[in-house]
Design a protein around this ligand. Structure first.
Ligand code: ATP
Ligand code: MG
Length: 330
C-alpha cells in the first residue's frame, strides 16, 4: 500500500475550509492507503500562541480528527511534538534548502504581512519542517488544500536534491488536491477573494466545524456576495462561486443543478439553503466530538499509540539520513 501523510495546525477550531479542502479526503483515503495524520503543533508556534489555549486546541484538534472519521485503528494519528524525528530531520533539510527558495514562499509573505510584529525565523523556515514531516514517512501522496501547493513543490525539489547529493533516500511525494467542485479552496465569507482561515480574527469570516446550526445559518446569511441576483458560477462572482462550491461539496449537486434549483429565487433563499445543508452535514461531526471530549483517557491512549508507531517508522528514515550525510553512529 502507498503511504499518505498530511497535517493540520492546532491554531483554532478546524474550519469548513480545512474540512472540505483536506480532512474529508483524509477520511476516504484510509480505505486504500497507509495513512499518517498529524496535529502539527510545532508549526503552530510560528505564530504566537497562548500556551494554555495551544494545549487545549491540540487536544481538541486531535479529537476533531477522530470525530471527522479518522480511525486510529486504520490510520496513524499523532501529535507532532511527541515524535522528535521531526525536529531532527528539519535541521538536516534546512541545510539542503536555499534562502532564496524560502524567500519566494507566498504563505511566508502573507503571514509576515499579517503579523509584522513577529516575523520570526521559524515562520520563514516553516516549509522546511513541512518537508521533513512528509519525507520522514516516505509518503507517496500528500492530500492538502491548494494553498499548500507551493510547499509541496518545495518538498519535491528538496527531496530530489538530497537524493542527488547523497544517493536515493526519500520517496518524491505527489500532491493530492481536490478539484474545484469538491472544495479545492474555500474562501472567506467576509472577503471571498481571501481563503477561509481558522486563525482569521473575524469569526464571521469562517465556519468552524463546531459552530451551532443556528450560528452556521446566520454566518451564511451574512456572507458577502455581489449586487446581482442570479445564482450562477461565473468569473468575478467570488462570493456566489464560493457558496456554490460549498453547496456542491456538501450536497453532491453539480453547478448546473444548483443554477437550476435556484433560478429566479434570489440570494436570500440560496444562502439559507447553503447554511442549512452545511449545518446538517456537520451534525455527526459535532456529536462525535462531544462524545470523544468526554473520554480524555481514550484520546490519550490513541495519541500515545500513534506517536509510538510514527516514531518507529520515522526513526528508520532518520537513521538512513544520518548515515548518508556522514554522522558518526553513536
Ligand atoms: P492557519 O490560518 O492557522 O494557517 P488554516 O485554516 O490555513 O490555518 P492549516 O492548518 O494551515 O489551516 O491547514 C490545514 C489543511 O487545510 C491544509 O491541507 C490546507 O491546505 C487546508 N486548507 C486550509 N485552508 C483552506 C481553505 N480555505 N480551503 C481549502 N483547504 C484549506
Ligand atoms: Mg494555513
Amino acid at each position: 500500500k502507498k503511504v499518505i501523510f498530511s497535517g493540520i495546525q492546532p491554531t483554532g477550531v478546524m474550519t469548513l475550509g480545512n474540512y472540505l479542502g483536506a480532512v474529508k479526503n483524509w477520511v476516504q483515503l484510509q480505505e486504500d492507503y497507509n495513512c499518517i495524520y498529524c496535529i502539527v503543533n510545532m508549526h503552530a508556534i510560528t505564530v504566537r500562541q497562548d500556551p494554555k489555549a495551544l494545549r487545549q486546541n491540540t487536544l481538541e484538534a486531535y479529537a476533531l480528527l477522530l470525530a471527522c472519521g479518522i480511525d486510529p485503528e486504520k490510520s496513524i494519528a499523532f501529535i507532532q511534538s511527541h515524535v522528535t524525528t521531526h525536529a531532527e530531520l528539519n535541521w538536516v533539510l534546512a541545510c539542503s534548502t536555499q534562502f532564496g527558495e524560502l524567500s519566494r514562499m507566498t504563505q511566508f509573505k502573507d503571514k509576515a504581512k499579517r503579523y509584522p510584529e513577529n516575523v520570526n525565523a521559524g515562520l520563514f523556515t516553516y516549509p522546511v519542517l513541512m518537508v521533513a514531516d512528509i519525507l520522514l514517512y516516505q509518503a507517496h501522496l500528500v492530500p492538502v488544500g491548494i494553498d499548500q501547493k507551493q510547499h509541496l513543490e518545495l518538498t519535491r525539489d528538496v527531496a530530489a536534491r538530497f537524493n542527488n547529493a547523497y544517493g536515493n533516500t526519500f520517496v518524491i511525494p505527489e500532491p493530492y488536491i481536490p478539484d474545484q467542485a469538491h472544495g479545492a479552496k474555500i474562501m472567506s465569507l467576509a472577503d471571498p477573494t481571501k481563503k477561509m482561515s481558522k486563525s482569521d480574527d473575524n469569526a464571521n469570516a469562517f465556519i468552524s466545524i463546531l459552530d451551532k446550526p443556528e450560528v452556521i445559518v446566520k454566518k451564511f446569511k451574512r456572507a458577502v456576495t455581489d449586487s446581482e441576483a442570479e445564482v450562477c458560477y461565473r468569473e468575478g462572482k467570488d462570493g456566489i462561486n464560493n457558496l456554490m462550491t460549498i453547496y456542491s461539496a456538501v450536497t453532491g449537486a453539480d453547478f448546473a443543478a444548483i443554477e437550476r434549483e435556484f433560478s429566479g429565487r434570489g440570494y436570500g433563499d440560496f444562502k439559507t439553503a447553503v447554511g442549512e445543508a452545511v449545518a446538517e452535514h456537520l451534525r455527526p461531526v459535532r456529536e462525535n466530538f462531544d462524545r470523544l471530549m468526554a473520554d480524555k483517557a481514550y484520546l490519550e491512549s490513541c495519541y500515545k499509540r500513534g506517536a509510538e508507531m510514527a516514531e518507529c517508522i520515522s526513526r528508520r528514515t532518520m537513521d538512513k539520513v544520518y548515515k548518508k550525510i556522514g554522522f558518526l553512529p553513536k
